[in-house]
Design a binder for this molecule. Sequence first.
Ligand SMILES: C[SH](C)CC(=O)O
Length: 268
Amino acid sequence: AGGGSVGDQVKREIVGIDPGAGLMKQTAQALKDYELSDWKLVEGSSAAMAAALDKAYKDEKPIIVTGWTPHWMFAKYKLKYLEDPKGTYGKDEEIHTVVRNGLKDAAPSAYAMLDRFEWTPDEMAVVMSAIADGKDPAEAAAQWVQDNAAKADEWVKELPGEAGKKLKLAYVAWDSEIASTNVVKQVLEGRLGYKVDLMQVEAGPMWAGIANGSADAMVAAWLPTTHEDYFEKYKGQYEDLGANLIGTKLGLVVPEYMEISSIEDLKT
Ligand SMILES: C[SH](C)CC(=O)O
């Protein structure tokens, strides 16, 4: 890595993702909390962040990205979270399933399956990694469902099929939610006969779509902190079916070849 401070080496830039992500709001807050007003949070997308990380890592160059667990990047690269002594990023969280009001009557079997849907960070990582290695998301999800048939069967046990009924799942193109949304689609279609459309949007329109009923469900609500603003803004206009994954983490992530260990170290 070149000389000078970490700030000099990364041009005081943190490579972020889509602007609507709660992780970006938390990172903007971290720049304030840690008095890093001369730093810039670069907006882009989950895919662009991954590409920037890949390029820097290959050249063993310094880089700081907004990161989260579960994510395939921790399997692909040797990375570490910067310590967050001020607690800006909060504690570990959950990903919740949120559906539109009225879904229980409109599509009872889908509602029940979505209510039962729950898996672990390791299970999600299998699908995420397959997609990161170039597999089509639907194929990676279908493979996982096939390899975990018993679990998928539990999600639909004793539920009557609703062949041909249409459903729309909203999601944001975060690697974690591409994986979970495709797995849910595979099970709803394969085992209950639904025709599931996937609507890829930003986080704001995803929550708005559930609230106004233009989308039926999403498995992408990061709570209690990350999506708190949306959770409060649309309160009463959705039904929270609880966690579908427990043990997430968000923060600033760097390759292990960088010496820094805390967000405090960026100030130098
Ligand atoms: C990018 S995390 C998957 C979710 C969020 O920060 O909004």
